[in-house]
Design a protein around this ligand. Structure first.
Ligand SMILES: NC(=O)c1ccc[n+]([C@@H]2O[C@H](COP(=O)([O-])OP(=O)(O)OC[C@H]3O[C@@H](n4cnc5c(N)ncnc54)[C@H](OP(=O)(O)O)[C@@H]3O)[C@@H](O)[C@H]2O)c1
Length: 279
């Protein structure tokens, strides 16, 4: 079994911990939490109501923990700053990394890639880690090519505590559609109010924040006489955990910086040969 470390025991991390503990391939041997967090030195049983006595350890002790627990894989669902800092330490020790954390700026993504290359480790950078969202992206790109004249609108809904809007996924879908349509300069319109004049190239992006919605993304392609709508609904955070384990399996024996698209393309082809990272 692959000795595995989880960094970040928040809403998503807890579900990933549960999935890792149920897995036959991964052995969750370490859980890292924020320096100064009240979660340090408390068990998963206490913190997440999971059947395990494994205790969370402060990120300040990460180097010590790597040496002690000898894990070879890490899955991160924390914050961009924390992830970058911890990734450097993990990479120095040859630990393979799956980054599920989102919200990195371009420079930080470049820094992650540089870490993977410099220390010759494998890293999956997956701001959209669920298989379903990747499938939606794939279909949206195909529709953009097939219906170039159709107007596109994206609607996303998330729980009331989501910190950002619109979601990074909605922006990624919009960018992919503009790219497929050959539109160089992105033209996004966020919500609408008052008099409107719709530009053919524009994509409307609408964000709903309400209740406990895990995540819904709808992409509407509307022509003069018909419309096509694709919808992805996450019922639970388990979709993120499933994606994280898929990425973890993929990265075990690889070096380089990979995207979730590459993980899934590999799954589709079921190739035997290792591939070079290109993300
Ligand atoms: N890729 C995807 O598809 C996907 C899906 C879901 C979520 N996410 C992303 O995953 C991240 C976590 O999401 P969430 O909803 O679980 O957020 P959350 O509930 O706020 O959890 C974040 C966790 O990170 C921990 N943390 C902060 N600094 C740390 C450090 N230095 N070392 C280790 N852990 C540290 C926090 O610890 P304390 O609790 O002690 O403060 C907290 O438990 C976000 O960036 C989110 O956008 C991505």
């Amino acid at each position: 079994m692959v000795r595995t470390c989880l960094l970040g025991l928040g809403r998503t991390g807890k579900v990933v911990a549960e999935e890792l503990l149920m897995s036959r391939e991964f052995d969750l041997v370490s859980v890292i939490t924020r320096p100064g967090s009240k979660k340090a030195n408390r068990s998963l049983r206490e913190l997440a109501n999971i059947n395990s006595d494994l205790k969370a350890v402060s990120a300040e002790k990460l180097t010590e923990e790597i040496r002690k627990k000898k894990f070879t894989l890490a899955i991160d669902f924390s914050t961009p700053d924390a992830c970058l800092k911890n990734a450097q330490i993990l990479a120095e020790h040859g630990v393979q990394i799956v980054v599920g954390t989102t919200g990195f700026n371009k420079l930080q993504v470049y820094e992650l890639k540089r870490i993977a290359q410099r220390y010759k480790i494998g890293m999956v950078y997956a701001p959209n880690i669920s298989v379903g969202i990747n499938a939606l992206l794939y279909i949206a790109k195909a529709l953009a090519r097939m219906t170039p004249e159709y107007d596109v609108e994206i609607m996303e809904s998330h729980h009331r505590n989501k910190a950002d809007s619109p979601s990074g996924t909605a922006l990624k879908i919009a960018a992919a559609i503009h790219h497929e349509k050959g539109i160089q300069e992105q033209k996004l319109v966020y919500g609408r109010r008052g008099a409107t004049h719709r530009d053919a190239a524009e994509i409307g992006v609408h964000a709903v924040r309400a209740g406990g919605i895990t995540g819904v993304h709808r992409v509407l392609f509307a022509g003069e006489h018909d419309e096509i709508e694709i919808i992805h609904r996450s019922y639970s955070r388990k979709v993120f955990a499933e994606g994280a384990l898929l990425a973890a399996k993929f990265i075990l024996n690889r070096r380089g910086f990979f995207s979730m698209e590459e993980v899934l393309a590999y799954e589709e082809k079921d190739e035997a040969e290792p591939v070079e990272g290109s993300a």
